[in-house]
Write a protein that binds this ligand. Structure first.
Ligand code: PMP
Length: 425
């Protein structure tokens, strides 16, 4: 069981921050339980302590677990600690970022730096606007047809490779005439079609894909080219955003909820080609019109400031780690460990997804003896590997292994899987 020095979930432990940026991953040994008498507002940082975890820790010194949740999901520890260090008094402003006007000079820097770092990471050209919006990726299921289809009679093509693509298709039916040109439903969403076989509509305004299906673990490794040069390729990249390099110039719109790879929930990033902005259907709510946000640099109304700030820290961290090519290498290594373990188990563990399109981010798998799955999940949790239960619609297990999941998390998981198999043949 992880230990915590908290006397109650609401206790605050005050400690002097020796530097603004925290470099050590361990809880500082200088932690003091009582408020220092000479408390200087400018130099203090504040550690909120949660209730003790009911699992054995993956890291005994910090009490942190390996969190395999699909989203909200694991974030880099260095980012959490950096945010913690400057939470109480952001950059000497005398207030936290949560208390600050979105029109302050500090926040202006935060949002511009976040955008600029994201542009560097994905090599986004000036032909594109980068928007920080609210409403989740789900809101984009409506915003995309409202912005791209000047008329509700316009058509759009959908390739549906999982539940999220299906939701996007269904929502689009309210605002345009979408065609389902391919669905993997009959094969339980385990495949991606060959692009040559697709019957695309000649007049489709856009072609929509979900680049990585979070529930089913199916990921596009390449992208289809619309048959008509005027058809816009649109991708929901919520669950593999910034997990690998992407040629943004192939897309008209990319959208992603932040809460898997790049931040907390509450902000959705939309990358939209500028020439597509400004043609929304007249019924489009002002908050769903890309022009509203492009014209105001995402500051039309109060944006999700704290979430944008954390995204900015994650983008800077990804750049520091060498950019997305490096990140992809790491992700491939981590996912490889898990898929190899599943495939070498002699059918004890099964991943139903066709090998060539298996996700590097979300790995669904089942046990041959399905009655052992509950035990598997409970035992893993006791070992500090949490949130391994599969989505309620598919059952089994799912390991979400986003950028921030360390290799050690995968090593521990596969060791556990081998041991579990040996103990429960
Ligand atoms: N698309 C994908 C691929 C997702 O994984 C999710 C959420 N899990 C969504 C869309 C919906 O996102 P949100 O909850 O931010 O609306």
């Amino acid at each position: 069981m992880a230990t915590s020095t908290a006397s109650s979930p609401n206790s605050l432990l005050f400690h002097q921050s020796s530097s603004r940026k925290s470099s050590s991953l361990a809880i500082p040994s200088s932690l003091r339980l009582s408020k220092p008498s000479s408390l200087s507002l400018r130099r203090i940082s504040c550690t909120a302590v949660t209730a003790p975890l009911s699992v054995s820790s993956s890291n005994a010194s910090t009490g942190r677990v390996f969190n395999f949740a699909a989203g909200p999901a694991i974030l880099p520890e260095s980012v959490i600690l950096e945010a913690q260090a400057e939470l109480f008094n952001y950059q000497g402003s005398g207030m936290s970022i949560m208390e600050m006007s979105h029109r302050s000079k500090e926040f202006d820097y935060v949002i511009k730096k976040a955008e600029s770092d994201l542009r560097s990471l994905l090599s986004i050209s000036d032909d594109y606007s980068v928007l920080f919006l609210q409403g989740g990726a789900t809101t984009q299921f409506a915003a995309v047809p409202l912005n791209l289809c000047a008329s509700p009679d316009s058509t759009a093509d959908f390739i549906v490779t999982g539940s999220w693509g299906d939701k996007a298709f269904k929502e689009a039916q309210k605002y345009c005439k979408p065609n389902l040109i391919w669905s993997g439903k009959a094969e339980k969403y385990t495949k991606i079609p060959s692009f040559d076989s697709l019957q695309q509509s000649p007049d489709a305004r856009y072609l929509h894909i979900c680049a990585n299906e979070t529930i089913h673990g199916v990921e596009f490794k390449d992208y289809p080219t619309p048959a008509n040069k005027d058809t816009i390729l649109v991708a929901d990249m919520s669950s593999n955003f910034c997990s690998k390099p992407v040629d943004v110039s192939r897309f008209g719109v990319i959208y992603a909820g932040a809460q898997k790879n790049v931040g907390p929930s509450g902000v959705t990033i939309v990358i939209v080609r500028k020439d597509l902005i400004g043609n929304a259907q007249p019924i489009t709510p002002v908050m769903l019109d890309y022009k509203t946000h492009a014209d105001t640099l995402s500051l039309y109304n109060t944006p999700p400031c704290f979430a944008i700030y954390i995204c900015g820290l994650v983008f800077a961290d990804l750049l520091k780690k060498g950019g997305l090519a490096e990140v992809e290498k790491n992700n491939a290594k981590k996912a490889g460990l898990l898929y190899d373990t599943i495939d070498a188990s002699g059918g004890y563990y099964v991943c139903p997804v066709e090998k060539s399109v298996r996700s590097l981010m979300n790995v669904p798998f089942t046990l041959r003896q399905s009655e052992l799955e509950k035990t598997f999940i409970a035992e893993a949790s006791k070992e500090g590997m949490v949130q391994l239960k599969g989505h309620r619609s598919v059952g089994g297990m799912r390991a979400s292994i986003y950028n921030a999941m360390p290799l050690a998390g995968l090593e521990k998981l596969v060791a556990f899987m081998k041991d579990f198999q040996a103990r429960n043949p």
